[in-house]
Design a protein around this ligand. Structure first.
Ligand code: NI
Length: 154
């Protein structure tokens, strides 16, 4: 595994739409392993492949606690339902030092594939629901700053 460079705002790749993952092979597994290591080393809760310069629909996230990890890999994720709303502060490893309040669904249900191509469904609320939405936005070239309703002073 290796830590990869995180692409920062200003790089036009962050505004591009990522392509579907079609091959569930060793190259994908290496990418996911590197993304996992990169996310943890940067202290983030989520990372999309585009943030390490790879335009594929792959995400790693961990909205757990230091005591209890909740590591997940989402390949080709799609939101299948959302309920309610939450207004919370958000940030992004590609926009260091920036944060703002966004409106996100309170509860989100997604379907996605795992690293072997098997389809799964996850339902989340709170931070994890925000994280699902934030990372899926990355796959469509959307940054959280386009959804900020209030700048938060740090
Ligand atoms: Ni982000």
């Amino acid at each position: 595994m290796a830590i990869r460079n995180i692409v920062k705002v200003g790089d036009p790749i962050l505004n591009k739409k990522s392509r579907k993952v079609e091959k569930f092979d060793e190259r994908l597994w290496l990418l996911l392993d590197d993304m996992k290591e990169t996310m943890y080393s940067a202290g983030g809760v989520g990372l999309a492949a585009v943030q390490v310069g790879v335009l594929r629909r792959a995400v790693v996230l961990d909205c757990g606690t230091p005591d209890m990890s909740d590591y997940l890999e989402l390949i080709n994720p799609e939101i299948i339902s959302k309920e309610g709303e939450q207004r919370e502060m958000e940030g992004c490893l590609s926009l260091p030092g920036e944060s703002g309040t966004t409106v996100r669904p309170a509860v989100v249900k997604i379907k996605c594939q795992d690293r072997n191509g098997k389809w799964c469904v996850y339902k989340a609320q709170g931070l994890k629901a925000r994280c699902f939405c934030h990372e899926i936005d990355h796959l469509d070239g959307v940054l959280f700053t386009s959804k900020v309703i209030k700048e938060d002073i740090q």
